[in-house]
Design a protein around this ligand. Structure first.
Ligand code: DSN
Length: 412
């Protein structure tokens, strides 16, 4: 980045510092990952200069031959990975992907049935301050209090009672396998459309570490930067019969020019997602999450649902005399980065800002090559910090272990 260093040293310094922060800390944010240098090169390429409103071979601008090539590659590769009938790779993010589906098939005031945010759902699945919660009637399902699992009989009975136009499956903080055939069955029974939002688990689905919703869902949306390990962005997969409507809702319905540099990077990430290395990494991501969750159970922690089947799990800190926010801050001081999170049925007075849980995800550490033994070591470090959050000696000893693990596993 010599040119940037010379032209804008302030921004260059911030970027260098961020690179170092990523190298020297342990990232357990379940929604993050480390994309390859090839993905970053495509993302940082001159394709950012190109306006390409429209779709490949039918653009509004001249000079689109090269960007057409990368968009066609991205679509063909995504179809191959997920077995989708139709793919749109233009959504700038997951929220835009979900918005495009909602705007395509729902009218304002129609009802959506989605997972409650405080039980692990997403803002776009019906949160009251999000477009989904303001434009549509919302019905919500959650997890069972005693098990932490989605109760599909309850989802069915809410669906029968509320007659939603669309049912959404998908979550940001649900550690168990989603039963997509069951969601489809419920949707069929009540005459609803079925959308699966696989933003969190797309990489696991691509790598065969979680069942795919694509054969069952009318629409499958995703981000491309979480377990899928691509650039920040979104995508929509759907049945062919919705292809035309979805494409014209993404553009010109809710977006203008697509980010062709991001689409080039999506194409690169999709090629990587077909490799054996990627598939193994997805299975290892689950193994690491399981090993850490089990270790926490051994150390006396309460894990929502008792463990995990995917890349993340939630620790309920209510018995530990520390809030989610205090835990997040103390761990950050020790170079372990994660986020506070609501837990299902949190105390009255708890909120998204002051919840009693933390969320732990293993995509980034696994992409760095970390396996179960070191994942367990990280769990032990977290326990040390949470047991003595204000003790300097504890912090320093954990920082040393973090440093050793990070130097043994460079980002690239
Ligand atoms: N913000 C993401 C997460 O942390 O899970 C969801 O979009």
């Amino acid at each position: 980045m010599i040119t940037l260093q010379n032209n804008d040293p302030e921004v260059w310094r911030a970027i260098q510092a961020e690179k170092e922060r990523q190298q020297n800390t342990i990232d357990l944010i379940a929604a993050e990952n480390i994309c390859s240098l090839a993905v970053q090169e495509a993302q940082g390429s001159s394709m950012t200069n190109k306006y390409a409103e429209g779709y490949a071979r039918r653009r509004w601008y001249a000079g689109c031959g090269n960007v057409d090539t990368v968009e066609e590659l991205a679509i063909a590769r995504a179809k191959q990975i997920f077995g989708a009938e139709h793919v749109n790779v233009q959504p700038h993010a997951g929220s835009q992907a979900n918005m495009a589906v909602c705007f395509t098939v729902l009218k304002p005031g129609d009802r959506i049935l989605g997972m409650d945010l405080s039980h692990g759902g997403h803002l776009t699945h019906g949160f009251k301050k999000n477009f989904s919660g303001t434009m549509y009637e919302i019905a919500q399902y959650g997890v069972k209090k005693d098990t932490g699992y989605i109760d599909y009989d309850e989802v069915r009975s809410i669906a029968v009672k509320t007659k939603p136009k669309m049912i959404i499956a998908g979550a940001s903080a649900y550690p168990r396998v989603l039963d997509f055939p069951r969601f489809r069955k419920i949707a069929d029974e009540v005459g609803a459309l079925f959308m699966a939002d696989i933003a969190h688990i797309a990489g696991l689905v691509a790598g065969g570490a979680h069942p795919s919703p694509v054969p069952y869902a009318d629409f499958t949306t995703s981000t491309t930067h979480k377990t899928l390990r691509g650039p920040r962005g979104g995508m929509i997969m759907c049945k062919s019969k919705y292809a035309k409507q979805i494409d014209s809702m993404v553009f010109p319905g809710i977006q203008g020019g697509p980010f062709m540099h991001a689409i080039a990077a999506k194409a690169v990430a999709f090629k990587e997602a077909m490799t054996d290395e990627f598939k193994q990494c997805q299975h290892q991501t689950v193994k690491n999450a399981r090993a850490m969750a089990q270790e926490f159970v051994k150390m006396g922690y309460t894990i929502v649902s008792g463990g995990t089947d995917n890349h993340l799990f939630l620790i309920d800190l209510r018995s530990k005399k520390i809030t989610g926010k205090e835990a997040q801050l103390a761990l950050e001081r020790a170079d372990i980065i994660l986020n506070r999170n609501t837990i299902p049925y949190d105390e009255a007075g708890a909120s998204a800002n002051e919840p009693n849980g933390i969320r732990i995800g293993t995509p980034t550490i696994t992409s760095r090559g970390i396996k179960e033994a070191e994942a367990i070591k990280i769990a032990e470090c977290i326990d040390k910090v949470l047991s003595q959050p204000n003790d300097n000696k504890t912090k320093e000893s954990v920082q040393k272990i973090v440093k050793d693990i990070c130097s043994a596993h460079p980002l690239y």
